[in-house]
Design a protein around this ligand. Structure first.
Ligand code: PGA
Length: 242
């Protein structure tokens, strides 16, 4: 079964969320769809028994870190998943240096992790994608090497080329296939991990047919196209093994 992750980012207001939940009522597979709304609206999804995740977690469990939310607080609240290392967090919050700590803490608190990795357009054009992905994976896993079996059960990778996020552009089918096999093989050969790998970046109604034909893709991380409930339902109805 494919896993669908809906990342609302910093969008929508409470009345939009209430309307969203009305529209999707009884039309969602609750076992294979995870919603990542703003933390303020997690409760609305929780009350209707949807799988929920946070868009980030703190790199510490408690303390003087104004503005952050602790993995312990999120777990207590009832989230199952967290995104870690989204490119927007890396860009605006210098997140790359905290990712390995966040992963270790997420594991400690029994949260499932969707780790985002991906190359910039320059890196893509210079054929550095594999090198960058390798570095991002090594960096992310370095504080969890004594906990690899736990990672096998709780870590999911989202391959999101940065140049594809929010741009309407996606890599070709061959490139997505090759890159996702590279990620799976690298994780298997280097860490003995067999992980699910999602694709993210401009997943929409125009390209879902092509994306769905790539069997190695284990699901999707969907931003813009998840914001409107009718579009989102139309999109997931096109995923063959959803
Ligand atoms: P997008 O965002 O679908 O709007 O490109 C995906 C993401 O950033 O997770």
């Amino acid at each position: 079964m494919k896993l669908i992750c809906a990342n609302f980012k910093m969008n929508l207001l409470e009345e939009d969320i209430i309307n969203y939940l009305d529209v999707i009522e009884n039309k969602i597979d609750k076992n294979n769809t995870v919603f990542f709304p703003n933390n303020l609206y997690l409760k609305h999804f929780k009350d209707k028994n949807y799988l929920i995740g946070s868009q980030d977690i703190s790199f510490k469990e408690f303390g003087s870190i104004t503005g952050d939310t602790s993995p312990i607080q999120l777990k207590e609240f009832g989230i199952t998943y967290t995104l870690i290392g989204h490119s927007e967090r890396r860009l605006y919050f210098n997140d790359s240096k905290y990712i390995s700590k966040k992963i270790a803490l997420a594991l400690k608190n029994n949260l499932k992790i969707v780790l985002c990795i991906g190359e910039t357009l320059d890196e893509f054009n210079n054929q550095e994608t594999f090198k960058v992905l390798k570095q991002e994976l090594d960096e992310a896993l370095k504080d969890s090497l004594n906990n690899l079996s736990n990672l096998n059960d709780n870590l999911i990778i989202a391959y999101e080329p940065i140049w594809a996020i929010g741009t309407g552009k996606i890599p070709t089918k061959d490139i997505i296939e090759n890159t996702i096999s590279f990620i799976k093989n690298y994780l298997k050969d280097t860490y003995n991990l067999n992980l699910k790998v999602l694709y993210g970046g401009s997943v929409n109604l125009d390209n879902i047919y092509l994306l769905d034909s790539i069997s190695i893709v284990d699901g999707y991380l969907i931003g813009g196209a998840s914001l409107d409930p009718t579009t989102f339902l139309a999109l997931i109805s096109k995923v063959s093994t959803y």
